[in-house]
Design a protein around this ligand. Structure first.
Ligand code: UDX
Ligand code: ADP
Length: 462
C-alpha cells in the first residue's frame, strides 16, 4: 500500500541520483527510493565509491542513505510503494527510423510508463524528470490511463536544470523549479504535492507552475539558448584569430553590457555534455514536424557551429605542426566535457581525438576523473592511445600539449618541467584559454590560445 510521503525515482544516473539525494536530505519526512535496472550502478550508489563524480555529492548521500534514501534494483516494488514517481531514465537521440539523428528515443521512457501502468495498484503521480519532447506528457498519460484496472494517474513535467560539476549547488539553490501540469481534473492537487515537496527548501517565489507543454518547452529552450551563446562566442573566436582581435577581450567588453551578461560566453573547443546537442536537435525536429523550416535551420546552426569549432581546433593543431602529425605524440589534457565531472558524453575530446588519430598522431590522454569513460569512448583505438594518470608522464616526449577541458588543476602544473620533458619545438594549444600564455611563451612554448594571436618564436611565422 502506498504512502503519500513515499517517493520513487526510476533511473539512478547523473540527474536521478543527485536530485533524489538532495530531496532526501532536505525532506527527512519523506522516504526516497532510487531504482535502476543497472545492478552495478545501484551497488555503487550503495558503496563509498559512487558511480558518478560530483563535488559534494558524497556528503549529501551519506547524510540520508539508510535513513530515508535507498537505492535498489527492485523497480516494481518501488512502484507499488510510492505515491510520487519521478522518471529519470535516458532519452538519447534516435539512431534509427523516423527522426534518426534528431528526435528523442523514448523507448526507455515508454518501457517505464508501461511498467508503472502494469504494476501500480493505486493512484500515482508520475513526474517527467528526463527532458522529453513537447507533448510527451500527453502520450505518457495515455499509456498510463490505458491500464485495465482503472487506476488514476497524474502526469507532471518537472525538468531538471542542474549542471554537472555544480549539481549540488544547483539543487540546493536553484534559480527556479518548474512544474508543469496537465489541464485535467485533479491535476491541481498533484501539482500542489510536488510544490510542497520543493517548498521544504526552495523559496516559494522560485517555484513556477505552468502548463505541461510550456514546462517541456522551457527546458529545451533554456538549453538551446545557453548553447547558442557558446556557439556565438565560438564563431567570433574564429574571426578574432584572423583579425588579430582577442576573443577574451571581446567577450569581456560585450558581457559588461548588463543586458547581455557574462555567463556562457567563454570560448572553447565546443560544448559537450548529454543535453545541449540532444535538446537542440529535439527542438529542430519539433520545428520540422510543424513545417517551421526557417526556425529549424536557425537552431540547427548552433549545433553546426559547434561541430565547426571542434574541427577547427583539431585542424589548427595539424596546420601549426607543419601539416603533419605522423608519429608525433600529443598530450591531451582533459577528456571530460567540462571540469569537475568524469562525464564524457558528447565531449569535444572524442571528436578531436579521432581527428588527430586520423592524422596518425599518438595520443597521451590525461584527465583527473574521466579516464575510465575515455577508454570506453575510444575503444578500438588502443594502439594509438596511452592513458596517463600523471600529466607529466603524458607530456614526456610529446610534441604538443592540447588543453581540452577547463580543469583548474591544469593551471597549477609546472609548465617549465613539462616543457623540459617535451620534444622541441614544444607546442601548446589552449582550447579553454585557462593558462598564462605570456608565461608559457617565455618558457619557450609555441603558444596557440583560442581566438587570439599565437605567440611564436619561429622567424617568419605569422
Ligand atoms: C547543461 C545546462 O547548463 C543545465 O541547465 C542542464 O540541466 C543540462 O545541460 P551541463 O551540460 O551539465 O548542463 O554543463 P554546462 O555547464 O551547461 O556546460 C555545457 C558545455 O558547454 C560544456 O562542454 C562546457 O565546457 C561548455 N561551455 C559552457 C563553454 O564552452 N563555454 C561557456 O561559457 C560555458
Ligand atoms: P541522465 O544524465 O539523464 O541522468 P543517465 O544515462 O546518467 O541519464 O541515467 C539514466 C539511468 O536510467 C541509467 O542508469 C539507466 O540504467 C536507467 N534506466 C534506463 N531504463 C531504465 C528502466 N526501464 N528502468 C530502470 N532504470 C532504467
Amino acid at each position: 500500500m502506498e504512502n503519500k510521503k513515499s517517493i520513487l525515482c526510476i533511473g539512478a544516473g547523473y540527474v536521478g541520483g543527485p536530485t533524489m539525494a538532495m530531496i532526501a536530505a532536505k525532506c527527512p519526512d519523506y522516504t526516497v527510493t532510487v531504482a535502476d535496472i543497472n545492478a552495478d550502478r545501484i551497488a555503487r550508489w550503495n558503496s563509498d565509491s559512487l558511480p558518478i563524480y560530483e563535488p559534494g555529492l558524497y556528503d549529501v548521500v551519506k547524510q540520508a542513505r539508510g535513513r530515508n534514501l535507498f537505492f535498489t534494483t527492485d523497480v516494481e516494488q518501488g512502484i507499488r510503494n510510492a505515491y510520487l514517481i519521478f522518471v529519470s531514465v535516458n532519452t538519447p537521440t534516435k539512431t534509427f527510423g523516423a527522426g534518426a539523428g534528431k528526435a528523442a528515443d523514448l523507448q526507455y521512457w515508454e518501457k517505464c510508463a508501461r511498467l508503472i501502468a502494469e504494476t501500480a495498484d493505486s493512484t500515482k503521480i508520475v513526474v517527467e524528470k528526463s527532458t522529453l519532447p513537447v507533448r510527451a506528457a500527453e502520450a505518457i498519460h495515455r499509456i498510463l490511463q490505458s491500464n485495465p484496472r482503472g487506476i488514476e494517474f497524474h502526469v507532471l513535467s518537472n525538468p531538471e536544470f542542474l549542471a554537472e560539476g555544480t549539481a549540488i549547488r544547483d539543487l540546493e539553490n536553484p534559480d527556479r523549479v518548474l512544474i508543469g501540469s496537465m489541464t485535467v481534473p485533479d491535476s491541481h492537487e498533484a501539482m500542489q504535492t510536488l510544490v510542497d515537496l520543493y517548498a521544504h527548501w526552495v523559496p516559494r517565489e522560485r517555484i513556477l507552475t505552468t502548463n505541461v507543454w510550456s514546462s517541456e518547452m522551457s527546458k529545451l529552450v533554456s538549453n538551446a539558448m545557453l548553447a547558442q551563446r557558446i556557439s556565438s562566442i565560438n564563431s567570433i573566436s574564429a574571426l578574432c584569430e584572423r583579425t588579430g582581435a582577442d576573443v577574451s577581450e571581446v567577450s569581456r567588453a560585450v558581457s559588461m553590457d548588463s543586458r547581455i551578461g557574462s555567463k556562457f560566453l567563454r570560448p572553447g573547443v565546443g560544448f559537450g555534455g548529454s543535453c545541449f546537442k540532444k535538446d537542440i536537435l529535439n527542438l529542430v525536429y519539433l520545428c520540422e514536424q510543424y513545417n517551421l523550416d526557417a526556425v529549424a535551420k536557425y537552431w540547427e546552426q548552433v549545433v553546426l557551429m559547434n561541430d565547426y569549432q571542434e574541427r577547427r581546433f583539431a585542424e589548427r593543431i595539424v596546420k601549426a605542426m607543419f601539416n603533419t602529425l605522423s608519429g608525433k605524440r600529443i598530450a591531451l589534457f582533459g577528456f571530460a566535457f567540462k571540469a569537475d565531472t568524469g562525464d564524457t558524453r558528447e565531449s569535444p575530446a572524442i571528436y578531436i581525438s579521432r581527428m588527430l588519430i586520423e592524422e596518425h598522431a599518438k595520443l597521451a590522454i590525461h584527465d583527473p576523473q574521466a579516464l575510465p569513460n575515455a577508454r570506453l569512448d575510444m575503444k578500438g583505438y588502443e594502439d594509438c592511445i596511452e592513458y596517463c594518470e600523471d600529466p607529466y608522464e603524458a607530456a614526456r616526449g610529446a610534441h604538443a600539449i592540447a588543453i581540452i577541458t577547463d580543469w583548474h588543476a591544469f593551471t597549477e602544473l609546472d609548465y617549465q618541467r613539462l616543457y623540459d620533458s617535451m620534444e622541441k619545438p614544444a607546442f601548446l594549444f589552449d582550447g579553454r584559454n585557462i593558462l598564462d600564455h605570456r608565461k608559457l611563451f617565455e618558457i619557450g612554448f609555441e603558444v596557440y590560445p583560442l581566438g587570439k594571436a599565437k605567440l611564436s618564436h619561429m622567424v617568419h611565422s605569422r
